[in-house]
Structure formats: structure tokens, C-alpha cells
Write a protein that binds this ligand. Structure first.
Ligand SMILES: [Fe+2]
Length: 205
């Protein structure tokens, strides 16, 4: 059974960057609903014993198109939000460490440049979707954007996301209205680069 990541902080802990009502609605309603619907779809596909990465990597093996779509949308919603909520902290480290820090500098020039490129992708994602920093087993990193609840796993890129920028309006509209750029700037204030570094270290072989 798939369960939402437990939040190690209160809904109000990320104020003023992310407001309590948005957190409560996003986690308690949107993410809860993706998770419940993912469990139903996984059961219909006979995938209860598989993990989410496996399911999102093997959507083509599901013959019923309605179940396949439900798995992609709700499995993505479940997985993407677990990553999103678990990377946030009221006391975040503002810089990555170790190999990831070196890789960011060699690939993007600097952390500031990576954040600017990621912000550009997230701002330019038309409609609902995500922007990602993702890594592969060789330690390479890349940035990309996805519509809806797609991600680099369901897109079969060979990369696993390690940082997630949710640009669905439900992530920011209550506080930021149409100002997605202001939300993204604030979101970076509560992204904990220690966690992004851990995510990277868990992927590289
Ligand atoms: Fe979301």
C-alpha cells in the first residue's frame, strides 16, 4: 500500500514562503487523493507489490488504457508530491555538498545558474506540470520540465528526479495568485539542499 511521506514539519512551518492553508490543502487534499487513487489503480493492475518507480517505468505493460492512464496520473501525483514535500524544510541548507556540488558546477557553472535555468523551465511550463533536477546512476544530472503528473521516470529518460518544482496552480494560487515566478523564488528559500544531496547520493552507483 502506497502512503504519503510523513511531513517532518508543521503546515505553518514554511511561512511566509509557503502558507499553511496551501500546505494543508496540497498535502491533505491533493496529495491524499493522488495516493488513494494510485492505490486503487495499482490494485486493478495487480501491481500492489511493485514500487512506484517500477510502475512508472513499466506503464506500457498495462493493456487497459484507462488503468494505464490512472497509474500514470495518480502514480505520478503520488511519487512527485512525496519528492516535493520531503525536500522542504523550515531550516534548509542553501547549498548542496560533496559530489553533487561538484557536478552542479561542472554541468551548470554554478548553483545560481542552475537555479536560474530551472526557474526558466518551471516558469515556461505551459499549464500544469513540474520542473526537475534529475540524476542517473552514472552521476550525470539534467534539468527538464513535464506536463501534468509526468516525470523523467514515466518519460523513460533514464534519470530519476532529485528536486521537484511543482507548478500546478494548486501549489501557489492561494497566496501568489498568478505570480508563478514569485512562488518559485520563495520555494527555493525552503528547499533543503542537504536532502537534494542525499537524493543524489542514493541514485549514483
Ligand atoms: Fe501539487
Amino acid at each position: 500500500m502506497f502512503t504519503q511521506v510523513k511531513l517532518p514539519y508543521a503546515f505553518a512551518a514554511l511561512e511566509p514562503h509557503i502558507d499553511a492553508l496551501t500546505m494543508e490543502t496540497h498535502y491533505g487534499k491533493h496529495h491524499a487523493s493522488y495516493t488513494a487513487n494510485f492505490n486503487k489503480a495499482a490494485e486493478m493492475a495487480g501491481f500492489q507489490d511493485k514500487d512506484a518507480v517500477w510502475i512508472l517505468s513499466n506503464l506500457d505493460s498495462v493493456s487497459d488504457p484507462a488503468v494505464r492512464t490512472a497509474l500514470k496520473n495518480n502514480g505520478g501525483g503520488y511519487y512527485n508530491h512525496n519528492l516535493y514535500f520531503s525536500q522542504l524544510s523550515p531550516n534548509p541548507a542553501h547549498e548542496p555538498a560533496g559530489q553533487l556540488a561538484e557536478k552542479i558546477n561542472s554541468t551548470f557553472g554554478s548553483l545560481e545558474n542552475l537555479k536560474a535555468e530551472l526557474t526558466k523551465l518551471a516558469s515556461g511550463q505551459f499549464g500544469s506540470g513540474w520542473a526537475w533536477l534529475a540524476a542517473n546512476a552514472n552521476g550525470d544530472i539534467m534539468i527538464s520540465a513535464s506536463p501534468n503528473q509526468d516525470n523523467p521516470i514515466s518519460e523513460k529518460t533514464g534519470y530519476i528526479p532529485i528536486l521537484a518544482l511543482d507548478v500546478w496552480e494548486h501549489a501557489y494560487y492561494l497566496k501568489y495568485k498568478n505570480l508563478r515566478g514569485d512562488y518559485l523564488k520563495s520555494l527555493f528559500e525552503v528547499i533543503d539542499w542537504n536532502i537534494i544531496t542525499e537524493n543524489y547520493n542514493a541514485i549514483i552507483k
